[in-house]
Design a protein around this ligand. Structure first.
Ligand code: ADP
Ligand code: MG
Ligand code: MG
Ligand code: MG
Length: 394
């Protein structure tokens, strides 16, 4: 449903309430309350609620700039339509694993969607010690279903190329290209790290084989239009509870290498595993293994049951594809680990560790893990070998 063709203006709590009334049949005379609940770097997220019935909806609106280290970068509003369309496209293939979209408006750069406030952002919950028993199974399913069904293995080549064009997202991709694949590997102003990490950071800048592998991974990200990615699948883009998992925030969606989504999610679990010990660590390690196991099993089943016939006829092809995805996954996970430690955007899992000595030690371990995943991705041929490596580096 399209709401209006009115010109863009940033919503306020008052205008968001007025818009919500136009969009949703709240009974006459209902008092509505509104709060802006976003983090405020790129987008507004308004929750509009009828406190009597408890019914609520969310209006997310893109702002025409990003606030980065106090400065503003202009940033296309088109990303709101990309996000709204990707949420719906992924929802077709992974029903129940994304919020329902009620309405969208390209001019206003908004998505009106299901309120998920009964859930917790997975990163926050994991930091507080939640174990989320369904997390890896649900995300493994989400990854297999969204990525398989938007790939050449499932789509007619004309439809696939139409989607590649529809999801061209150059400005958001450029953020990833710079912040994940380039800046952390060079002495760039956007990097951000404690002085105690200077030696470890310089070792990365001087590690020619590592930089070459990161450059190869960047080339994959730039050129390999394998499937419609979420593009920003860290644990802050996932709402979770004991029984539910929902993926939000696909404004970075575009056609890219399948391993990028898988790798980003695994890297964020790896960071969690690094901050844990004993039984808690085992729980996170089993999430890491289960994500890959569920992803690869479901991807295999979809290939066999719903894949394009011509691909199925070549012996060894599916195995070749899954091995390529696995190798890419490890490389992209490695880049994510490094950039979340020394690049522009950090994670609370590490930055929130109050004891400075422990924080620096775990950050060094994160860097070392990232380097190992990038450099050894051809040798690590099973997810068990990866969790084995994580144990060794502990
Ligand atoms: P951004 O692109 O700015 O990171 P997100 O889509 O990640 O925006 O949303 C930012 C925050 O807003 C989330 O961390 C969450 O707290 C809240 N939020 C976003 N979508 C919803 C939703 N559907 N229901 C409830 N809260 C939401
Ligand atoms: Mg945010
Ligand atoms: Mg977000
Ligand atoms: Mg976002």
């Amino acid at each position: 449903m399209t709401i209006t063709t009115k010109q863009y203006e940033a919503l306020t709590e008052e205008t968001a309430i007025a818009l919500a009334r136009r969009l949703y049949p709240f009974p006459e005379g209902t008092e509505l309350v509104c709060r802006e609940i976003g983090d405020g770097n790129l987008n507004y997220v308004f929750q509009i609620k009828d406190p009597k019935s408890g019914k609520a909806l969310i209006i997310k609106q893109a702002l025409p700039y990003a606030k980065v280290v106090g400065e503003s970068w202009p940033l296309t509003l088109k990303r709101a339509a990309i996000e709204a369309n990707a949420l719906q496209k992924h929802g077709e293939f992974a029903p129940g694993l994304v919020p329902s979209v009620y309405a969208t408006d390209e001019e206003l750069a908004i998505t009106v969607m299901e309120d998920l406030s009964h859930l917790t952002i997975a990163r926050e919950g994991l930091i507080q010690g939640e174990t989320y028993p369904k997390l890896s199974e649900d995300i493994g399913e989400y990854l297999a279903r969204t990525l398989f069904h938007t790939s050449d293995f499932a789509l007619h080549p004309f439809e696939k190329k139409r989607l590649v064009a529809e999801y061209s997202n150059p400005e958001l991709c450029k953020i990833t290209e710079d912040l994940i694949f380039t800046d952390p590997f060079f002495n760039n102003d956007t990097n951000d790290y404690e002085p105690e990490l200077q030696g470890a950071v310089e070792a990365i800048w001087n590690n020619a084989p590592l930089k070459l592998e990161a450059a190869k991974l960047k080339f994959s990200f730039l050129t390999e239009a394998e499937a419609l990615l979420h593009g920003d699948l860290h644990t802050g883009s996932i709402f979770a509870s004991e029984s539910e998992t929902k993926v939000i925030d696909p404004e970075f969606a575009f056609y890219g290498p399948i391993g990028f989504d898988v790798g980003l999610f695994l890297a964020n679990l790896i960071v969690q595993s690094i901050t844990r010990s004993g039984e808690e660590r085992q729980v996170v390690l089993s999430h890491i293994e289960k994500t890959w196991d569920v992803f690869s099993a479901r991807f295999t089943q979809l290939w066999e049951q719903e894949g394009i016939e011509a691909f199925k006829e070549t012996a060894g092809y599916k195995e070749f594809v899954l091995e390529k995805i696995f190798r890419d996954t490890l490389g992209f996970a490695g880049c994510e680990l490094i950039r979340r430690t020394i690049g522009l955007a950090h994670v609370k899992d590490l930055d929130g560790i109050e004891n400075a000595e422990q924080r620096i030690r775990l950050k060094k371990q994160t860097l070392q893990t990232g380097e190992a995943l990038i450099l050894k991705r051809a040798e690590l041929t099973s997810i068990g070998a990866v969790t084995g490596l994580l144990e060794e580096l502990q």
